[in-house]
Ligand binder design. Sequence first.
Ligand SMILES: C[S@@+](CC[C@H](N)C(=O)[O-])C[C@H]1O[C@@H](n2cnc3c(N)ncnc32)[C@H](O)[C@@H]1O
Length: 419
Amino acid sequence: MKDEGSAATVRYLGTKKKLLDSIEAAARRVGFHGGTMCDLFAGTAVVGRHFRALGSRVAAMDLMACSFVFQKVFLEIERLPEFRGLGDLAAAGIAAPEERIAALGEAGTRRLPGDPLPLLRVLYHLETRLEPCDGILTRQYSPAGCAGRKFLRPERARRLDAILLEIRDWRERARIDDVEEILLLAATIDAADRIANISGTYGAFHKEWQVNTAYEADLRIPALVAGPRGSAAQGDSLAWIPEVEADLLYIDPPYNTRQYPNNYHLLELIARIPRTLDLAALEASIAGKTGLVPWSEQASKLCVGRGTTCRDAFQSILARTRIPRVVISYNEEGIITRAEFMEMLAEYAGVARAKLRGALEEISYRRFRSDRDGRLARTGAGRRYRVVPGRARDEVREWLFAVAKRKERRPRARVAQLQ
Ligand SMILES: C[S@@+](CC[C@H](N)C(=O)[O-])C[C@H]1O[C@@H](n2cnc3c(N)ncnc32)[C@H](O)[C@@H]1O
């Protein structure tokens, strides 16, 4: 178990970890100063976690099972669990517990009521006292399996398999409750992601082992925050939106054609292992070079590049929501254009497009390139991106739209009649 720090969040395409302050400022600009916030495309749930820490209730949703795990952990947990069902195990001593607790830091669990020791002890048990074993991860995502996929080193995969089977067994025998299970699962997903042989997504693995793959699969306590209890959900936000009541709608949709379930299938699979009844059937469904799990039910219309499917899907959100304020994150290289956004937002707000001046903030950042991509780019052979005139190479902009609906005019009181 790592002595310093609590678990960060996984590497995730489009995560807004670095834009939290800008998103908060945008929400304030449109008059959100607390209340309920809806995180419609939650991903790692870091945005919702930020708003919860500020005192808002957050209602979140995403298509992904791994996102559901993060949402539960960051938005719903109110107290550190005691792991009573594990009896002696959670009470067993571990080395230097005070140091480990102190190392969790200000952003860690210390702000949440309850004692972190039982959780630390259980993580320690999972990390150090289990016999490594061959399971789905070893057979399907390490070179020890016949498909030879190189996402995890075999010895690391065996450890993770042992951890997942233990969590599954505890759950089946009702030795842990839902909160305890979800915390352990979040720590396992985080550990797997830190040692995976990828750069950014699971759409491909490296041919050579990267340095991080040799790290221990250490389990860290997720960076929990205290705040009002929110709600987590896995499902299609397009179907959910008409019924959501909130004061602020935050929309961070995918911006290109990369579908999340086939770029994060390994994390998705880990999230499903403890609760899948027929693990053999799940394993039998794994196929292809990267070991995809069937994902068509999780395909998103917002990742469709051709025609108007993506724009229409987005428009249907704004057209059907009753939430009076919206903040939208999008990348300038995305499928929907700036002009399309302005048109949709003018309609949502009930004002002319000209009145939306000031609704868009542009935030510059350096494009992420994987190590290999970066090396090849220097020799001119890497992936080519258009350089916008007047910009630095690799400079891209994130758009942040913030708009409030025009207030309905109240009918004037008929003074004469009342007198
Ligand atoms: C850009 S990411 C969100 C990142 C997140 N804000 C963060 O900071 O981690 C987009 C997310 O939208 C989800 N998604 C795409 N289409 C969806 C839909 N129709 N309903 C729910 N979630 C969807 C994807 O699974 C993905 O997690």
